[in-house]
Design a protein around this ligand. Structure first.
Ligand SMILES: *[C@@H]1O[C@H](CO)[C@@H](O)[C@H](O)[C@H]1NC(C)=O
Ligand SMILES: *[C@@H]1O[C@H](CO)[C@@H](O)[C@H](O)[C@H]1NC(C)=O
Ligand SMILES: *[C@@H]1O[C@H](CO)[C@@H](O)[C@H](O)[C@H]1NC(C)=O
Ligand SMILES: *[C@@H]1O[C@H](CO)[C@@H](O)[C@H](O)[C@H]1NC(C)=O
Ligand SMILES: *[C@@H]1O[C@H](CO)[C@@H](O)[C@H](O)[C@H]1NC(C)=O
Ligand SMILES: *[C@@H]1O[C@H](CO)[C@@H](O)[C@H](O)[C@H]1NC(C)=O
Ligand SMILES: *[C@@H]1O[C@H](CO)[C@@H](O)[C@H](O)[C@H]1NC(C)=O
Ligand SMILES: *[C@@H]1O[C@H](CO)[C@@H](O)[C@H](O)[C@H]1NC(C)=O
Ligand SMILES: *[C@@H]1O[C@H](CO)[C@@H](O)[C@H](O)[C@H]1NC(C)=O
Ligand SMILES: *[C@@H]1O[C@H](CO)[C@@H](O)[C@H](O)[C@H]1NC(C)=O
Ligand SMILES: [Cu+2]
Length: 559
């Protein structure tokens, strides 16, 4: 008895230690247009918050409850916010993608995002309604962790974003992108590359100290190489997953990926060192003379000393040999998941549809949004929720059973590399071909393609790398695994926003009956749908009488 009491008191104290320390962190975000000229070349309209751009970095600590009251103060654009990498465990309706887990927030409407952050590391937030984040609605989200295994070592914690940048509004670029005049789907070439939403940032450092640099690619399209002249570093985190500390010199950071690195400074302070980013030219269909691919920022030991430009003694970025992220073992040593309960094989292809426009396909399906947000179809379809037909054809739905081990085999029939992201999870990368580094792009310019052969593959790692965005190489493949332990509707898509526009997405409906038990939608969120004229019940076609009658559903342009 006494023992039980002590145990209970102990548990209560432990709970209090966790809960009583947690605080509510509230942000009031009013979306408004502002003008900005971050590259010094062109002033343009950007999506600001409370009259400001760059946007505020969201900062919380592990265990905090984050509340973001978003008001759409724009007059002419729908919006929403996705908190990239947050599991939203039990709060699927706070995930943000329009027509997947909520309705688009119309001008004049408000949506309160409210969830507990039980994760640590480096994340970001961005608009997830059609294609709105390239116009500026994106920024870092940091979850500080005083218990990180390297916390005692760091003397400074610095966030540095990188991105591509366009001078035109996305809606203008999209007209010529998705057009019969562009059947190959050549992506718009950015006008500039930014570091931290500006250029030429100096990061003041002291000698013989260790700084944590949180690197976030908040771009739309282009991956970037990253290195610091005269310094190596230790990678300690990828996409919110702590890694075994791993020495590296060069990173290749795709859009949506994050790396935390520890940089130990030199013992003398006589010069400043370029921090270099080089945009991956391989992704660009043309490179205008005016486009500067590389940017220099500085590790600034001495503000009075020279700030030299990067010594780009390399002919092209393909000579850079970045660190292979499959070699970044998870610090928690989570082992390879067992043989999957369900294995999904998809083929990625870019093709010209019958109207002459270039679309992107998973197994011949180019994602088209449903008439009712998929989460609301789950909530209104009763026992039929486990039937994928309810969710429509071109939303490309997969229904996953609760706690199943899920495998996705992705064969890339395209000559480009693609960073794939799954909402609600991180995932293990168990196989990838070609291997990272110098050979990653070997098949980009050939007719040669390699598809995954389940009966003939290299041995899977015992402790695989885990993150929420992995790159699939040109004309190669990757194989990923995760456990369906987070009931919710989760979007799986290429994070190159142009490719999402072309339909490179599919929908995971994970444990739909458990979603029905766990999720209830606040009235405010239904009101957002009313304002948008979108139904909150029914199947993908908006049919509430017969959930298996999909007539009238949205459909892709025929191939
Ligand atoms: C949002 O900003 C706009 C433009 O400044 C302003 O008119 C509006 O009142 C603001 N709304 C809220 C809810 O703060
Ligand atoms: C956020 O969610 C919590 C838990 O569901 C609830 O108690 C709280 O009232 C909510 N806060 C806001 C501002 O909606
Ligand atoms: C981009 O903007 C410029 C002027 O700012 C305009 O001349 C050009 O046509 C625009 N391009 C597209 C694709 O809208
Ligand atoms: C951009 O698109 C908007 C609406 O589609 C149009 O009114 C505007 O003239 C376009 N601007 C340019 C520079 O093409
Ligand atoms: C990058 O920008 C963010 C937001 O403006 C700021 O908090 C951060 O300190 C900047 N980082 C550096 C290295 O200047
Ligand atoms: C770096 O940028 C300069 C100026 O745009 C260019 O001349 C040089 O080729 C670039 N180097 C690399 C490696 O991209
Ligand atoms: C895609 O369509 C082509 C031609 O219609 C067909 O041969 C192929 O089997 C389809 N692939 C899949 C995965 O459905
Ligand atoms: C793969 O790409 C090749 C060449 O573009 C094309 O001929 C073939 O039909 C594609 N296969 C699939 C399954 O998409
Ligand atoms: C197995 O894969 C290797 C590497 O791709 C290949 O060289 C070999 O021919 C394959 N073996 C069989 C039996 O398919
Ligand atoms: C979600 O929460 C459940 C417990 O409620 C836990 O078992 C599961 O591992 C969590 N999943 C994720 C992805 O956080
Ligand atoms: Cu892509």
């Amino acid at each position: 008895m006494a023992f039980t009491m002590r145990l209970l008191v102990g548990i209560a104290a432990a709970l209090c230690f966790q809960l009583c320390q947690a605080k509510i962190v509230t942000y009031d975000f009013n979306l408004t247009w502002v003008t900005a000229n971050p590259d010094g070349l062109h002033e343009r309209k950007v999506l600001g918050i409370n009259g400001q751009w760059p946007l505020p970095v969201i900062e919380v600590e592990k265990g905090d409850q984050l509340v973001v009251n978003m008001h759409n103060g724009l007059e002419d654009k729908k919006s929403s916010i996705h908190f990239h990498g947050m599991y939203q465990n039990g709060t699927n309706n706070m995930d943000g993608p329009s027509m997947v887990t909520q309705c688009p927030v119309m001008p004049g409407s408000s949506y309160t995002y409210n969830f507990t952050v039980n994760q640590v590391g480096t994340y970001w937030y961005h608009c997830h309604t059609d294609w709105c984040y390239p116009d500026g609605q994106r920024q870092a989200l940091i979850v500080r962790d005083k218990d990180a295994y390297f916390a005692g070592e760091i003397d400074g914690d610095i966030t540095l974003t990188m991105s591509d940048w366009y001078h035109n509004m996305t809606e203008n670029l999209s007209h010529s992108f998705l057009s019969p005049s562009n059947p190959d789907g050549d992506e718009p070439v950015p006008n500039a590359f930014l570091s931290n939403d500006t250029l030429s940032t100096s990061i003041p450092v002291e000698t013989s100290k260790t700084y944590m640099l949180r690197l976030v690619n908040i771009g739309t399209f282009v991956s970037q190489y990253f290195y610091i002249e005269g310094h190596s570093f230790r990678i300690v985190e990828i996409d919110g997953v702590y890694t075994e500390p791993t020495e590296a010199n060069i990173l290749y950071i795709a859009v949506a990926q994050r790396y935390s690195i520890l940089v130990t400074t030199k013992s003398t302070a006589d010069k400043n060192f370029p921090i270099v980013t080089v945009a991956d030219a391989q992704l660009l269909d043309s490179i205008p003379d005016t486009l500067r691919l590389n940017q220099t920022n500085w590790l600034e030991y001495d503000a009075e000393a020279a700030h030299p430009q990067a010594d780009l003694n390399i002919k092209s970025s393909t000579q850079l040999d970045p660190f292979d992220d499959t070699k970044l073992y998870a610090y928690d040593k989570m082992e390879l998941l067992p043989e999957p309960d369900i294995s999904i094989t998809v083929n990625v292809a870019m093709q010209e549809a019958s109207n002459g426009e270039g679309y992107a396909y998973f197994n011949n399906i180019s994602y088209v949004k449903p008439k009712v947000p998929t989460l609301y179809s789950v909530l209104s379809s009763g026992d039929l929720a486990t039937n994928p037909e309810v969710y429509g054809t071109d939303t490309h739905p997969y229904v996953l059973g609760h706690n199943q081990v899920v495998e996705i085999v992705l064969n890339n029939n395209d000559t480009g590399a693609h960073p794939f992201h799954l909402h609600g999870h991180n995932f293990q990368l168990v196989d990838r071909f070609p291997a990272y580094g110098k050979h990653f792009f070997d098949y980009a310019d050939t007719d040669y393609r390699v598809t995954y052969d389940p009966s003939n593959h290299t041995a899977f790692p015992k402790v695989p790398a885990r993150r929420d965005t992995f790159i699939v190489p040109p004309q190669g493949y990757f194989v990923i695994r995760f456990v369906a332990d987070n009931p919710g509707v989760w979007f799986f898509h290429c994070h190159i926003d142009w490719h999402l526009m072309q339909g490179l997405a599919m929908t995971m409906i994970e444990a739909p009956l458990q979603i029905q038990e766990k999720i209830s939608i606040p009235q405010q969120q239904y009101d957002v749908c009313d304002a948008a004229g979108i139904a909150t019940e029914g199947n993908a076609a908006g049919n509430t009488k017969d959930y298996l009658d999909l007539s009238g559903q949205n459909a892709q342009v025929p191939l």
